[in-house]
Structures are given as structure tokens and as C-alpha cells.
Design a binder for this molecule. Structure first.
Ligand SMILES: [Zn+2]
Length: 344
């Protein structure tokens, strides 16, 4: 391990602000969390090698005397250190943000600081997702270098989504094939409005909605933050009410609202009850008369990725609504993100 530590030190000498594993190495508690995360063994192994500096980045090889170009094979702009490849490279930054809503350019100087913060503050499921992204970034970089693949976020993100995630493993460890579930087009003349809510530990919920027509063209996207909700299902119901009101204001008439919350879907179908959830759904149903046609459908989370993205990033995006008339740069940015998400 001492040898691996020195490799990390070498690699990080690229930047004076970088720190060594001796200063920021994880303590036993953090390593325990690392190894307990429900990741596949090969994913965990690669993530561990990155954490201890035991991956042969080009800068590392150069420092050991190999005569090669130390620049990052993915972006070509900086020297390829671990900090650059996994935190600062534009492709890495894009992948972290789009897949997990993580901004690695905000106050994170080194990979080890980033990883220590993840291990300290996140639960096992989240740590597993981070380990999987590390694996995919390393694999993506190798594909660029050795298979001459085109560099970019799309390859890494589709691999990230296609790989078995812990939530896709059944209780007996068998994989469930969710890969077939994707966003589907609404019937001709209908506008599908995917909705999703994301509830934080502080009981503040963010909402997201994305409206698309039968060609898959995005007509509007919006996020809202915050609304206080006492449960995830209540947050989803508040989100539905918000999306219905907004959709009527946007002039949509024939609409299909789609959720990935099974409890909300069942409650909507059931229609009667005494809980706060049913009162809220009664509110929602008063909006039905504002439309010419309303359907309510359920999809798996994999079919709801764009609304999920808007909801998870609602606290950053704040209360935005964009339609065709929005500033071009803004629309282009979201179009690109949604395009990536829909390809997953
Ligand atoms: Zn780069």
C-alpha cells in the first residue's frame, strides 16, 4: 500500500494545490463504507485503484520515464492526472452533472477530497453510483486511447446507464432487465408531460416536468424548488398539481401526464380515500376540466429520466420554465442534456 501511496503522490504533483493520499487518505471508517457499497466487484476494484492512485494515467507514466505525450486523451487540454481525468476534465464534469447532478467544479480541488466527501456524507447506494461512474470514466478513457473511439459524454453516460446498478439487482442478486424501458411517444395529437419530484432529507422537494409531442420534440421543460412535503408520494402529488397548472397555462389541451411513482398512480386510479394524499389528488382533478383530454400513466424511472433530471437539479436550476421562445443558449443546453438522457 505504501508503494501505491507514493504513486498517488507522484501523480498529484501536477498541481501545487493537489494533496497526497498521506494527507487525505481515507480512515478505516470511510474505507469500510467504500467496500460495503453494493457495487459489482469489478467496479469496486477499479474505483479502489483510482482512490489509491494505482491507475496508469499518462502523467504518471511520463513521470516514471516513459516517453509519451502526457496530455489528457479525452480532451487534449491538460496533463492527464487523476484529478484532471476524474474531476476537472470537461467530459468528467459533464458526466457527473448529467448522471448524478454532481458539480465537480464547485469547490472540489482534488479527486481525493471529492471521494472523501462522498464517503463521509452519502449512503451506500449513492457511493455505489459514484463508484460506477468512476469505472465508466476510466473505461471510456481507455476506449478513446486504445480503440480510438470518439471522446465525449454520450459514450460514458450510456455505459453508465447500461451497467447493472445496485437497484437493478433483485433480492437474490439476479439482474432485472430494465434496459428495455425507455421514454415512449404519446398517441398522435397528445402531449406527454413527464413529471417527477425529488425529496431531500430536509423535506424540501424539487419538481421537474418535461413536455414532448408525438415526435419526441421538447415543447417545454420546467423545474420548481422548494415545496415542503412530508413523504415522497406527497411530493409527487404536489408536483403533479404544479405540472397540471403549468401545463394549462402553457396552453396544452390534450395531455398525458406520466409518473414513475407507483403509489401516486394507484391512488389516482383508486380515486377515493381520506388521507392528505387523496385531498391533494382531488385538487389535481379540478385541473382536469381545463384540458380537452387528460390521461395519467405510469412508467419506470428509466422512462422518466428527463423529468427526474429536472427534479434532482431543481434547487440549482431554481424556478425555470423554458419553451421555444427561451434564449437560444439555454434551450440548446437543455436539448443536449435531454438528448443524452434519452439515448440512455
Ligand atoms: Zn481531459
Amino acid at each position: 500500500m505504501a508503494k501505491l501511496g507514493s504513486e498517488m503522490k507522484d501523480d498529484n504533483q501536477a498541481s501545487p494545490s493537489s494533496s497526497t493520499s498521506a494527507e487525505h487518505g481515507f480512515d478505516a471508517t470511510l474505507w469500510r463504507k467504500f467496500w460495503k457499497a453494493p457495487s459489482l466487484p469489478r467496479v469496486k476494484e477499479v474505483a479502489w485503484r483510482v482512490c489509491v492512485g494505482a491507475v496508469p494515467t499518462r502523467l504518471c507514466l511520463r513521470r516514471r520515464g516513459m516517453d509519451l505525450d502526457p496530455s489528457c486523451p479525452v480532451c487534449g487540454h491538460e496533463e492527464e492526472s487523476i484529478d484532471h481525468l476524474f474531476i476537472h476534465c470537461p467530459v468528467a464534469r459533464g458526466c457527473w452533472f448529467v448522471s448524478l447532478g454532481v458539480r465537480t467544479d464547485a469547490g472540489t480541488s482534488t479527486f481525493m477530497d471529492f471521494m472523501a466527501a462522498v464517503l463521509r456524507n452519502k449512503d451506500g447506494w449513492c457511493i455505489a453510483e459514484v463508484q460506477r461512474m468512476i469505472y465508466c470514466l476510466w473505461e471510456g478513457r481507455n476506449k478513446v486511447l486504445f480503440e480510438l473511439r470518439e471522446p465525449g459524454c454520450a459514450t460514458v453516460l450510456s455505459r453508465f446507464a447500461a451497467m447493472e446498478s445496485p437497484s437493478q439487482l433483485g433480492t437474490n442478486g439476479n439482474q432485472v432487465d430494465w434496459s428495455v424501458v425507455k421514454w415512449s411517444r404519446p398517441a398522435a395529437g397528445m402531449i406527454k408531460i413527464n413529471v417527477d419530484a425529488s425529496l431531500g432529507g430536509d423535506l424540501l422537494a424539487g419538481f421537474g416536468m418535461v413536455a414532448r409531442d408525438e415526435d419526441g420534440e421538447i415543447l417545454a421543460a420546467a423545474s420548481h424548488y422548494p415545496t415542503v412535503a412530508t413523504s415522497a408520494t406527497m411530493a409527487e402529488a404536489f408536483c403533479l398539481r404544479w405540472a397540471m397548472e403549468l401545463s394549462s397555462q402553457l396552453g396544452f389541451r390534450r395531455v398525458q401526464f406520466e409518473t414513475d411513482c407507483l403509489q401516486l398512480f394507484h391512488a389516482w386510479k383508486k380515486g377515493v380515500g381520506r388521507s392528505p394524499l387523496f385531498s391533494l389528488l382531488q385538487d389535481c382533478k379540478t385541473f382536469v376540466q381545463l384540458f380537452d383530454c387528460v390521461e395519467f400513466t405510469f412508467t419506470r424511472r428509466q422512462g422518466n429520466t428527463c423529468a427526474d433530471f429536472m427534479a434532482r437539479n431543481a434547487s440549482t436550476l431554481s424556478n425555470i420554465v423554458w419553451v421555444e421562445e427561451a434564449p437560444r443558449v439555454y434551450v440548446a443546453f437543455y436539448r443536449q442534456i435531454f438528448w443524452l438522457l434519452c439515448r440512455l
